[in-house]
Ligand binder design. Structure first.
Ligand SMILES: C[S@@+](CC[C@H](N)C(=O)[O-])C[C@H]1O[C@@H](n2cnc3c(N)ncnc32)[C@H](O)[C@@H]1O
Length: 362
């Protein structure tokens, strides 16, 4: 269905002054986001969560950081409504209800992990501005620490949940994994999901491929330090991938939409499965249609990540540049076109940004 232009209304039209206020608010939030990233990376949120109300000097000492920087950061956190402040004692406190979603032990997950993305996009701004003029793409090496962030992200949404995910998505797979099957993670990044599976299922054999040498080196070191002999990591460009009937279970965690040719990759993964094999794809749950995403959680964040990372890295490989918001509809069509016999779609409360497809080969 296509919409005539006059049918499309902006999400919200504000009067000029109200809009200016809104822009100020956005600038404030953008600045706070970078400070949240710093709070996460320095461990300051975790330190605050452990302490009772404390002075900047006590917090800096506990975190092993410089007091002057910590005090300025705390001021941003107080004005940002994240940390509370008691002027009479000049003490700061992270309320438990805030620690729940902004620390490494928060029971609602750690949203501070995503703040790092905004800081990372800032680092590639000039490169991306060049691309706006030339239409060129980028390479993964343009993004310092990208795999640090990705591993933390999938550490929460995949690795920490893997047992429950399999229970819900494909309980039969747990039985097969326990018996011993061949498993591939396509675009494994630092390989932490595969390492967790290899640890849980010693009878099965696990292979992880990724384009990025640094991510694969990290994965190899991690597998060695866990004493795992049933997992193999290899730097490999999956463009043109063509192994046949070699695996019983293939997974890709957030690794299809930014490929050079997602449809070709999914076709080749179908070919790489043995009959009865299962392909588990986690990808972004947004819609392919902009107008359907107006209320999608963190939609602007995802389009920004797309514009500055997922779309240009695909273009940089000579690819289609579908972008982060290629849409669950596109993903489903791609799976259907690849020839899977059955396709199930799931979205979980713990991971509202992603959709999970369980596709089975006849
Ligand atoms: C968004 S990251 C996800 C990484 C990992 N699955 C995770 O969840 O942490 C996408 C991954 O796909 C990999 N990738 C992109 N294009 C690739 C290609 N042509 N061949 C192999 N891997 C590729 C990237 O290097 C990156 O590690």
């Amino acid at each position: 269905m296509s919409l005539a232009l006059d049918q499309f209304e902006p999400k919200e039209t504000l009067a000029a002054e109200a809009f200016a206020d809104r822009v100020s608010e956005i600038l404030n939030y953008g600045a706070i986001t970078v400070m949240i990233s710093i709070g996460h990376k320095t461990g300051l949120f975790d330190t605050l969560a452990r302490l009772p109300a404390a002075t900047s000097a006590e917090i800096a000492y506990a975190a092993g950081l410089d007091e002057r920087y910590v005090r300025e950061w705390l001021a941003a956190m107080v004005t940002g409504g994240i940390v509370s402040y008691e002027p009479s004692s000049e003490t700061y406190r992270l309320p438990a209800s805030h620690a729940a979603s902004i620390t490494r032990s928060g029971e609602l997950g750690n949203l501070a992990v995503y703040a790092q993305t905004i800081a990372l996009l800032g680092q590639v701004e000039e490169r991306v501005i060049d691309c706006f003029a030339t239409g060129e793409g980028t390479t993964y090496s343009d993004y310092p620490c990208f795999h640090d962030f990705m591993a933390e992200d999938s550490g929460q949404t995949v690795v920490a949940q893997i047992d429950g995910l399999l229970d819900t998505l494909a309980p039969d797979l747990k039985v097969r994994l326990a018996g011993g099957i061949d498993v591939l993670d396509a675009g494994c990044g630092r390989g932490l999901a595969l390492i967790e599976l290899a640890r849980r299922y010693p009878e099965s054999r696990f292979v992880g491929y990724d384009l990025c040498a640094d991510a694969i080196e990290f994965a190899k070191t991690e597998a060695r330090s866990n004493g795992l002999e049933n997992v193999h990591f290899e730097k490999r460009d999956l463009s043109g991938y063509d192994e046949k009937a070699r695996y019983d279970f293939i997974a890709s965690f957030d690794a299809v939409h930014d490929q050079k040719d997602p449809a070709a990759l999914v076709r080749s993964l179908h070919g790489a499965l043995r009959p009865g094999g299962v392909y588990l794809m986690q990808d972004i749950a947004g819609s392919a249609r902009l107008e359907n995403n107006l209320d999608f959680p963190m939609a602007s964040f995802l389009y920004a990540v797309s514009c500055c990372h997922c779309m240009p890295v695909s273009l940089g490989q000579g690819g289609e540049g579908l972008g982060t918001m290629w849409g669950w509809e596109t993903a489903k069509r791609t799976l259907e076109a690849a020839g899977f016999a059955s396709i199930e779609k799931h979205v979980f409360d713990h991971d509202p940004l992603n959709v999970w497809f369980v596709s089975r080969k006849a």
